[in-house]
Design a protein around this ligand. Structure first.
Ligand code: 1GP
Length: 250
């Protein structure tokens, strides 16, 4: 099964986001990935706004050494690519109007990506205001869509789909105060069929359940686990409860 097929397979899948700038030692990664495997996390996403190529490559190799969880690159720039990953989200930052993040980085790494034997997933990347300035908005020099303006977010997602993107990623940015409004996800689901990834500021199992209920395929958690690794135990319990419910219902 490809990663895109796996995204499509069900709602409420969990991705653990690892930022190589913050988590990159063998000791840190080994213990984190052991817990992530026990929790049955669906994906490891790797990327960050200001990661060097060296940090990135070292982190990817260590993750592959310690875990078999599908590894998906969520790149902050053209130097965050690796043939060791299972897939690359080829992000178009379509909430912004900065040509570097619409086509510039893509051209810079195009030939190298083509030569890698890696699944490339064209992705609409849409920033939603999460109540504070985030690194991704600052580094990309783009303005996120105001959270209350659902129709702009929906139209942006539709435009991305029409441009041929296979996935829509709504991000309130790492460490956001407010996560992406549920009505944005609901609104998009009404208009187009496209797997949805959501992230930024998600800190509780209740939020995870709500995103699953409105049809988000993948829910990305970064900061919360960085600050409190035991949150993986809560996720483990949540995943095992969901699995038991689906067995009972089948
Ligand atoms: C940010 O979607 C991710 O790009 C995850 O955000 O670190 O706030 O969980 P958090």
């Amino acid at each position: 099964m490809t990663i895109l097929e796996k995204f499509n397979a069900r709602f409420g899948q969990i991705a653990l986001l690892i930022d190589p700038e913050k988590t990159n030692t063998s000791l840190q990664l080994e213990s984190l990935l052991k817990k992530a495997s026990l929790a049955k996390i669906d994906y490891i996403f790797v990327g960050g706004s200001t990661v060097t190529r060296l940090e990135f490559e070292k982190t990817i190799s260590l993750i592959k050494q310690f875990s078999t969880i599908p590894l998906v690159i969520f790149p902050g720039s053209s130097n965050q690519i690796s043939p060791e990953a299972d897939a690359l989200l080829f992000l178009n930052l379509i909430s912004g109007r900065n040509p570097d993040f619409l086509i510039g980085h893509h051209v810079a790494c195009a030939e190298e990506v083509l030569e890698m034997n890696i699944e490339v997933i064209p992705t609409s990347y849409i920033l939603i205001d999460g109540g504070k300035m985030t690194s991704v908005a600052y580094i990309s020099q783009t303005t996120p869509i105001p959270a209350e303006n659902t129709s702009i977010a929906i139209n942006t997602a539709i435009a991305g789909k029409l441009m041929g993107h296979k996935v829509t990623y709504f991000d309130a940015g790492s460490g956001a105060i407010n996560s992406v409004p549920l009505k944005t996800i609901l609104g998009v689901k009404e208009k187009i069929s496209c797997p949805i990834i959501v992230g930024g500021g998600i800190k509780t199992i209740e939020e995870i359940k709500k995103y699953e209920d409105v049809g988000a395929n993948v829910i990305v958690i970064g900061n919360k686990i960085e600050n409190d690794v035991d949150f993986l135990l809560d996720i483990q319990e949540h995943i095992s409860n969901s699995q038991n419910t689906s067995i009972k219902n089948s």
